[in-house]
Design a protein around this ligand. Structure first.
Ligand code: AMP
Length: 583
């Protein structure tokens, strides 16, 4: 079977979205909503009900919902019924701890079954779930727990000892820490999760849930201040459902593998919810990237749909492995990518290596689900993010402080904006109403990305409109890193930028002015990097440091990171009229 570009598609499976333009025309949210069940005997939607309960009580009861792959590649299966029971126990644990609707339950665990059970149990309880990356150092963990008013934290003994214990004095509102691998309660606050689960009843009645009730909290980095907490609601499940159906093209019986960690929104929307709402099997690998391991998981698990990220794809491209020769990948039908630009060569590499182009799609923490995508049945233009989801309206616009003007001319760069109203749109930045308001102009949400739209309606990514760094797919706020680097006793001033790097997209680079009396040498570089790693974790800490005599600043004292970046890349310096003094 060929699509309209002549690119070969897998035989035998008809895509759910057969003709993009026709479907976009006839699409209504109401029509799609009919595929969800809604809570029995009451109006409203609860994510956990749609993802789990309705299946656990129906024909998918014994279907594997979650296949958890261990380090030695053996695996443990959990059916829809198993997860239903376990998550009900977790919801009852929350009740016994006095946790109420809307209160925040955090997880810091790595990809272990307890994370998935806690997520679904929290959603059943109508408390709000917030997963954190286990690679974060203590400082980013503290910021998120405190800004998110965490009441409960699910974590492991090791992570608790290494990263959380030292923060407890600064987290007075954190009431309970549930350790996933501790058999006995440690004290009144630090409890054994296995024990609590064992003692809890395995049936739980999901309370009435309004589609507007908060469900998930995801932090995303900002250029200034501490990370922003984007709050999502239960009604988002409709978006998870339709994007699973029309972008990831889930079909009954599919095995799906999303390589993202739930600490990143992709790992929750698509690593937990979308596959379950669509009733398929979700593969979870607890380990980090390893090319050979990944190819053998695709083979052993007979993965049909694989959702991954450009960083991983670029790593695979660098390796001299011809997966189709070495591995039996006949079940693989679709590969999708998100998180950063997927360059044309990567799309075509997919075609050469797997016999199918890698389909790029675009979205962000705030959108809660995929917004712009390439679809199986639509012509692929390698390097483009594709077209907006049916039901989603996107545009390119000039944006001022108060207004927007939509650009209709093709291929003209502007801000990527989205018309309010899709179900998974974030409903607030926690404790930051001002910032939330600033993200909108009338009916339009400003994504913070720059893009172009071509004459055929395809969107092309240009860059971020702000200073946010995208490193290995993670958002890193320069300010967050600068704050920590500045704590080092030798550092007087610091400015952080993203420096393009072929594998990880951008690496975090810090420009540092040292205090008088300190020597700018390699030892100092390593010392500062080491300090930042301890505090921030390796994913966020700078990988490169340059010592400078002064930092370029505006007359009002703002660091001109844009200028540092232009200089680093040898690009034109642009408008430097606001520069305080040219070094
Ligand atoms: P996050 O909120 O961490 O998921 O990051 C969202 C940001 O990642 C977007 O605003 C973009 O800057 C970038 N991004 C995500 N997907 C893509 C894509 N397909 N192409 C280019 N950039 C992307």
């Amino acid at each position: 079977m060929q699509n309209r570009s002549g690119i070969t598609l897998s035989p035998g499976v008809v895509p759910n979205l057969k003709d993009y333009e026709v479907f976009r025309h006839s699409f209504t949210w109401q029509d799609e909503q009919k595929f969800l069940d809604g809570l029995p005997e009451q109006k409203g939607f609860n994510i956990a009900y749609e993802a789990l309960e309705r299946h656990a009580k129906g024909k998918l009861k014994d279907t594997v919902a979650l296949r958890w792959i261990l380090k030695d590649k053996t695996f443990k299966d959990f059916t829809y019924y198993d997860i239903h029971k376990l998550s009900s126990r977790f919801a009852n644990v929350l009740t016994s701890l006095g946790i109420k609707k809307g209160e925040r339950v955090f997880a810091l665990t790595g990809r272990i079954p307890e994370l998935y059970i806690a997520a679904l149990g929290t959603l059943k309880k109508t408390a709000v779930f917030c997963p954190l990356f286990s690679v974060f150092g203590p400082e980013p963990i503290f910021q998120r727990l405190s800004k998110g008013d965490a009441k409960v934290l699910v974590t492991t003994k090791e992570l608790f000892e290494k990263k959380v214990k030292q923060l407890l004095d600064r987290l007075p509102m954190l009431q309970f820490i549930l350790l996933t691998d501790e058999e006995l309660h440690v004290n009144d606050k630090v409890l054994s999760l296995p024990r609590l689960l064992e003692e809890a009843y395995d049936e739980f009645f999901i309370p009435p849930t309004d589609p507007e009730d908060p469900a998930l909290l995801h932090f995303t980095s900002g250029t200034t201040g501490i990370p922003k907490g984007a709050l999502h609601v239960h009604g988002a499940v409709l978006m998870h459902y339709i994007t699973g159906k029309y972008v990831l093209d889930f079909h009954e019986g599919d095995i799906f593998w999303c390589t993202a960690d739930p600490g990143w929104v992709t790992g929750t929307s698509y690593g937990i919810i979308a596959p379950l709402v669509n009733g398929i099997t979700n593969v979870v690998d607890a380990e980090e990237f390893d090319a050979v391991r990944w190819y053998s998981i695709l083979e052993d698990q007979k993965v049909n749909v694989w959702y991954t990220a450009p960083t991983a794809i670029r790593r695979l491209m660098r390796m001299d492995i011809q997966p189709k020769e070495k591995y039996n990948l006949e079940h693989l039908r679709l590969i999708c990518s998100v998180g950063e630009p997927l360059h044309a060569e990567a799309v075509l590499w997919g075609e050469k290596t797997f016999g199918m182009p890698i389909l790029d799609n675009w979205w962000q923490t705030e959108t809660g689900g995929i917004m712009i995508a390439n679809y199986l049945s639509m012509k692929v233009k390698p390097g483009s993010m594709g077209k907006p989801l049916p039901g989603v309206e996107a545009a390119i616009a000039e944006v001022t402080d108060t207004e927007i003007e939509i650009i209709t001319e093709p291929n003209k760069q502007g801000h990527l904006i989205l018309k309010k109203g899709w179900p998974s749109m974030f409903r607030s930045y926690l404790h930051d109403e001002e910032r939330y308001k600033k993200s909108f102009r009338g009916d339009w949400y400003l994504t913070g990305d720059l893009a172009k739209k071509d004459k055929d309606g395809y969107y092309w990514f240009v860059g971020r409109a702000d200073d946010i760094i995208k490193s290995s797919g993670h958002m890193v706020g320069p300010f967050e890193v600068e704050n920590i680097v500045m704590e080092h006793p030798a550092v007087a001033e610091a400015a952080v930028i993203g420096k393009p790097e072929p594998i990880i997209g951008e690496l975090v680079k810090a420009f540092i002015v040292l205090k008088k009396g300190f020597t700018a040498d390699e030892k100092m570089q390593l010392d500062i990097i080491g300090y930042a790693r301890k505090k921030l974790g390796a994913a966020v800490a700078p990988k490169e440091i340059a010592f400078v005599n002064e930092l370029p600043k505006t007359k009002s004292g703002k660091i001109l990171r844009r200028l540092l970046k232009a200089r680093e890349l040898g690009l034109p310096e642009g408008d430097i009229s606001t520069l305080e003094q040219t070094p």
